[in-house]
Design a protein around this ligand. Structure first.
Ligand code: ADP
Ligand code: MG
Length: 243
């Protein structure tokens, strides 16, 4: 093998795949532009770092299990004038996570609650925060199954560890008393440690009924809304935009 080929396979063995790919181009540039060794190394390592960061982000987004990747760029704030654009865009800086605040998006179907929750989750992934998106119904199924298997403590601890947990669609399906207790335990573990984002179609005043018990609902709301930002979206469904 020539030195050139060995170098390329060294890049590969070190996991520097972008450097391996870009090296021939760089070599050309070194000759045509009379690039210094330091400049050449700087350029190729910068590229590799950018590439690795990109990959890392892609993996984080994949692991967060968003049903679909959505971003703020594609959110039409003009369509939802009840929503304070500046306040919502401020959330991108994740200050709410620093202060362990929760976020609730309330509104009827189609107003963009899930879109905004995912957009924030994607931002969190970009900023290397361990993130998980889960539908409330699915979360309850998993918690109940774990409870029946006797592993609920461990599973709760796993969900409690995410730096950002997005619980989507609270209130779309009925919640049993026992399930409400499991949600309470989870929120209690996350309380003042990590932020949680909730989306719901039910005003907080209706949660007593949703959780079948005013006491459990009060305990959940207490953990949830002690440090919280609530966004009520009062507009029309985006799905009806063209009808
Ligand atoms: P919700 O969770 O409130 O029921 P979604 O966030 O699922 O609503 O929105 C329904 C669909 O409409 C999604 O495809 C979403 O991306 C899109 N959508 C909703 N609101 C907006 C908006 N203001 N700008 C762009 N797309 C939107
Ligand atoms: Mg939704």
């Amino acid at each position: 093998m020539s030195d050139y080929q060995t170098l390329l396979s060294n890049f590969e063995a070190l996991g520097l795949n972008n450097m391996r790919e870009y090296y021939p181009v760089l070599l050309d540039k070194v000759h045509t532009e009379d690039l210094s060794l330091t400049s050449a190394f700087l350029e190729i390592t910068d590229k590799e770092m950018k590439f690795q960061k990109e990959k890392k982000m892609e993996r984080a987004i994949h692991r967060a299990r968003f049903p679909k990747v959505k971003t703020f760029d594609t959110f039409d704030f003009d369509f939802q004038p009840s929503l304070n654009r500046t306040a919502v865009l401020e959330l991108k800086h994740l200050g709410f996570m620093e202060s362990k605040e929760n976020i609730v998006f309330i509104g009827s179907p189609g107003v963009g609650k899930t879109h905004l929750a995912i957009a924030l989750g994607v931002e969190a992934c970009r900023q290397e925060k361990l993130t998980l998106f889960i539908n409330c119904h699915e979360l309850l199924i998993r918690l109940r199954a774990a409870y029946e298997k006797g592993t609920v403590e461990r599973v709760l601890r796993r969900y409690a560890r995410y730096e950002l947990l997005i619980i989507d669609e609270i209130g779309y399906l009925p919640i049993q008393k026992h399930e409400a207790d499991l949600i309470f335990q989870l929120l209690n573990m996350r309380y003042e440690t990590h932020s949680t984002i909730f989306t719901t179609n039910i005003a907080l005043s209706g949660w007593g009924e949703l959780f079948k018990s005013p006491e459990t609902a009060a305990a959940i709301l207490d953990r949830m809304v002690h440090h919280v930002k609530i966004y009520k979206i009062k507009g029309k469904s985006y799905r009806m935009k063209h009808t």
